[in-house]
Ligand binder design. Structure first.
Ligand code: GLU
Length: 320
């Protein structure tokens, strides 16, 4: 079945959008406008302890100020958990999931024994295969004080990423059985995103390459839930500080709303993003539409870009 092309902007209201986040959204938006994809805005607010009130409103304001528009939404994940529960019932019915009650600390301690220090961006340690029970429940019960894990089959996942190129992943080997429903009675990110992308008809997923590794898990979940066709993936390089770490507070205040409040025009920020994204002969200022006309995916640098303190100076030197 041919679905109409649709992408999504899926911010998590856990902190204000910084230059790295807005670059991903601007590239996503530009690709959609160039290729005629519809754009849905989805607020991913299920990571409750980290969700901050008021952030959604300010994120929407920032997107609008930057000229990043959408055709549908905003849809808010927490507004209805039933679709995620239904997916859990389907997975349980087919013997794909089970409750597990080890604490994270316990798992980390175990992994420490076996492994060197976890790498940046890998927040999960491999779940030991022998912890999976021999018989899996056929009924999902969201009552226990347990996380539910996906019983990851040993199959490899192959896909051709529109930016990162051909990929082969075997989540069962690298991650093991991963959490899809949390003891806070909510779907975990991996499940929520798969359920939503499917029911909202998302065909093209554009996001930061910190989530490249998650695609393998998400494709396994799509297979187990009978979701077809598989969406196309585009994982974009990130913006990093001079220390090589992902852009964060330690690199200064790179929140877009702070720049806007300081009088930096959105077009100046877009010009910086254009310079970071392989656009040639970038003027001092550029609108989102001009960016969409000039941006070429094939020219996007394949490596992460570095935010230098001189970029901050450059942004601020031409005030409105
Ligand atoms: N909400 C996620 C984030 O802000 C993005 C999830 C996704 O694009 O799959 O990192």
């Amino acid at each position: 079945m041919q679905l109409p092309a649709k992408t999504r902007l899926a911010p998590s209201p856990t902190g204000a959008l910084h230059l790295g986040n807005i670059r991903t959204f601007l590239v996503n938006w530009a690709l959609a406008r160039q290729r005629g994809w519809r754009i849905l805005l989805r607020i991913e607010d299920l990571d409750t302890p980290r969700v901050k009130s008021g952030v959604t409103e300010s994120m929407l304001g920032t997107l609008e100020a930057m000229g990043i528009t959408w055709d549908e939404g905003p849809l808010v994940q927490s507004s209805d958990l039933e679709p995620y529960r239904a997916a859990m019932r389907t997975l349980a019915g087919a013997g794909h999931t089970y409750p597990s009650s080890e604490s994270r600390a316990e798992l980390e301690a175990r992994a420490q024994e076996a492994l060197s220090a976890p790498q940046e961006g890998v927040s999960e340690v491999r779940y030991p295969a022998e912890y999976r029970p021999a018989a899996l429940p056929r009924i999902f019960e969201d009552a226990s004080e347990a996380n539910w894990r996906f019983a990851a089959s040993a199959e490899a996942v192959d896909f051709d990423d529109g930016v990162a190129g051909p990929q082969r992943m075997t989540p069962a080997e690298t991650i093991g059985d991963f959490v899809i429903w949390t003891k806070r009675h909510q779907p975990a990110y991996q499940l929520a995103v798969v359920v939503d992308d499917a029911r909202q008809g998302i065909t093209h997923i554009v996001r930061g390459n910190d989530l490249l590794d998650s695609a393998g898990r998400q494709i396994l979940l799509q297979r187990a839930l009978g979701i077809r066709p598989q969406p196309a993936y585009f994982h974009l390089p990130l913006v990093r500080g001079e220390d090589g770490k992902r852009l964060a507070k330690r690199h200064g205040d790179t929140r877009v709303e702070s720049y806007l409040r300081a009088g930096v025009p959105p077009e100046r920020i877009i010009a910086l993003i254009a310079r970071w994204s392989g656009v040639e002969n970038v003027a001092a200022c550029m609108t989102a539409s001009e960016f969409a006309s000039a941006f070429q995916l094939a020219k996007l640098p394949a490596h992460d870009v570095v935010f230098h303190p001189s970029d901050d100076v450059w942004l601020k030197e031409r005030k409105r």
